[in-house]
Write a protein that binds this ligand. Structure first.
Ligand SMILES: [Zn+2]
Length: 112
């Protein structure tokens, strides 16, 4: 399953983190799109060597078209992108993320 962003969202993203992108996300993805916008605005996306992580109430691991959050797995049944997947796709296009030169899986292993 691939959750490619619509052309409208991609074109708006190329113009930056402004109202046009907010509107495109809200119209395309509803409240999940709105959430994705705020994750970007608040720089809550981290890029590790193995995964992207979005910091919400918890840290959610996004691996391509998969996310560890409950919304994705239970409400969306992995058939539509959650706010975290949308945010990571945009973060990659817009280069809005903080990079860490470590493996997130190591980080978890040493902190549990
Ligand atoms: Zn998610």
């Amino acid at each position: 399953m691939s959750f490619a962003l619509s052309d409208e969202v991609i074109n708006a993203a190329k113009k930056g983190l402004g109202y046009e992108l907010y509107k495109a996300l809200l119209l395309t993805y509803g409240k999940r799109g709105e959430k994705a916008f705020f994750y970007l605005k608040e720089r809550r996306i981290k890029k590790y060597k193995d995964f992207f992580v979005v910091v919400g109430n918890y840290e959610y691991i996004v691996d391509g078209n998969f996310c560890t959050c409950m919304d994705f797995q239970f409400n969306l049944k992995a058939k539509k992108p959650c706010a975290h997947i949308i945010a990571v796709k945009l973060a990659r296009i817009m280069k809005i993320y903080d990079s860490y030169d470590i493996f997130y899986s190591d980080f978890i292993a040493h902190n549990t």
